[in-house]
Design a protein around this ligand. Structure first.
Ligand code: A2P
Length: 322
């Protein structure tokens, strides 16, 4: 018998984070309030947000509706947000965090992440010219991190972490930290399994959260390659799903939790929101886990080229450490 699926993960700072959360990247403002409400009604206790998703006020409306109805209390829900690239300078970190808190209608976050190891000038959402970028030599991640630590001191975030860090940067940041990063949120799914990063993070006691766990087919056309493989159409995932009377999406979610990661599938559809939560009831056999392991093809759906194109001083090799 395999162990039952862990519903929570204890982070290095002792805080307990639910292993399944609702993703909200690409959820349109008009849809996300209902999605958050449906998720909490279905039993989700973790919502993943970010300032740059442009929908935190509507996520906040969904949370408030659920709190007002007595569906859940604030303390029962884990809420993550992320610092945008234009606020890496230490003097901007707290105001950026407070802006997300205001939009979400909260007094504190459970987790606040540095969204990317990429910095822009304040006010630049997406950089277009060389002048819009700030290099990490000019604003080192360690300085941004010092301001993240102060958010914990100030009670604005219970835990702090990072996103899109490679193993080398994660180790460097962890070593120099007063409060170590608890989480690194990165792209992970059967076509991008990143076993070395998972191993390195585990050794550092950093939990990995899997973003784009279903392959993010709804991302902008400009982010898609014409010939990209469609994760949810994979024949092996379909066969495993069929054996359990489940769906390929559920196999991806069960696999993510069973390999020890946290997972945040995005949906704005009530049926799929429920289906994704029900995936936590699914247990894959050792043989099925091994078959999924074989699907790895190091395929990034969020490839990072939007940070390295044109006049950018950043490179993909540096970004991903590969
Ligand atoms: P929708 O929001 O209409 O449900 P990711 O989490 O990797 O970013 O993937 C999100 C995409 O996967 C969205 O297009 C979402 O559509 C879709 N999706 C979410 N849950 C499921 C599911 N259980 N089966 C199929 N597609 C799903």
């Amino acid at each position: 018998m395999l162990a039952p699926m862990p519903k929570t993960k204890t982070l290095s700072d002792g805080n307990v984070m639910p292993t399944l959360g609702l993703g909200t990247w690409k959820s349109r403002p008009g849809e996300v309030k209902a999605a958050v409400h449906a998720a909490l009604r279905a039993g989700y206790r973790h919502i993943d947000c970010a300032w740059i998703y442009g929908n935190e006020a509507e996520v906040g409306d969904g949370l408030r509706a659920a709190f007002d109805e007595g569906l859940v209390t604030r303390d029962e829900v884990w809420i993550t947000s992320k610092l945008w690239n234009d606020a890496h300078r230490p003097e901007h970190v707290e105001e950026a965090c407070r802006d997300s808190l205001t939009k979400l209608g909260l007094e504190r976050l459970d987790l606040y992440l540095v969204h990317w190891p990429v910095a822009h000038t304040r006010g630049t959402m997406m950089p277009e010219t060389r002048g819009d970028f700030v290099t990490l030599d000019e604003v080192p991640l360690a300085e941004t991190w010092g301001a993240m630590e102060r958010l914990v001191d100030a009670g604005l975030a219970r835990s702090v972490g990072v996103s899109n860090l490679d193993a080398k940067r994660l180790a460097a940041l962890s070593e120099g930290a007063r409060i170590r990063p608890t989480v690194n949120q990165v792209e992970l799914h059967p076509y991008l399994q990143q076993p070395a990063l998972l191993e390195a993070a585990t050794a550092l006691d950093v939990a990995l959260t899997a973003y784009s766990p279903l392959g993010s087919r709804d991302r902008a056309a400009s982010m898609k390659a014409d010939d990209e493989p469609v994760l949810l159409e994979d024949a092996t995932l379909a066969a495993i799903a069929e054996a359990h009377g489940a769906t390929p999406a559920q196999v991806c979610i069960a696999w993510a939790i069973q390999r020890g990661t946290i997972v945040i599938p995005k949906s704005v559809n009530e049926g799929r929101i429920r289906q994704n939560l029900e995936a936590t009831q699914l247990t894959l056999s050792a043989d099925e886990m091994a078959r999924v392991a074989q699907l790895d093809r190091h395929r990034r759906y969020v490839d990072g080229t939007f940070w390295t194109d044109g006049e950018s001083p950043y490179s993909l090799a540096e970004l991903w450490g590969e």
